[in-house]
Design a protein around this ligand. Structure first.
Ligand code: ZN
Length: 154
């Protein structure tokens, strides 16, 4: 298990050091700011849709390694997907981190490399770091808010 943890940590550190899809996207249909005041993570997610497909997605921001790696891997995972597929990924990711162990394990099994974040569930203060990018994406996809804070509405 410790080898697996090391591997997970390596993936997260790699995405933190070399975040994918990092930068302002122009043109973008939507951009939403996300903020996790508990940790100080701030990011902006940019989105360009073609029909109901995510043609391109990017992010900028500053924060802890987990929030940045999660944003990097989130953008990698949803690019080219439909809105419905991205919604389903969000639900599974959220379940993996917040659901009871059996449901969390079932969700993790569907998530491929995103399962590296499953260990975050053991650290409640880190859950919001890992889910910030996903909540921000949701707001951008559904144009439901211009800003998202982990400390409002949940
Ligand atoms: Zn954080």
């Amino acid at each position: 298990m410790s080898d697996l943890r090391d591997l997970y940590q390596e993936v997260i550190l790699d995405h933190n050091k070399r975040p994918r899809n990092f930068g302002v996207l122009t043109p973008a249909d939507h951009h939403v700011d996300g903020h996790n005041p508990l940790c100080g993570d701030r990011l902006t997610v940019y989105l360009r849709l073609e029909g109901d497909r995510i043609a391109d997605v990017s992010f900028v921001g500053t924060g802890c390694a987990i929030s940045k790696a999660s944003a990097s891997m989130m953008t990698d995972s949803v690019k080219g997907r439909t809105v419905a597929e991205a919604d389903a990924l969000f639900t599974s990711f959220h379940d993996m981190i917040t659901a009871p162990p059996d449901a969390a394990a079932a969700a993790a099994a569907t998530l491929g490399k995103l399962a590296v974040f499953s260990g975050v569930s053991e650290y409640p203060t880190r859950v919001k770091c890992a889910t910030l990018a996903w909540h921000t994406l949701q707001a951008a996809l559904h144009a439901s808010a211009d800003t998202v804070s982990t400390e409002s509405g949940d």
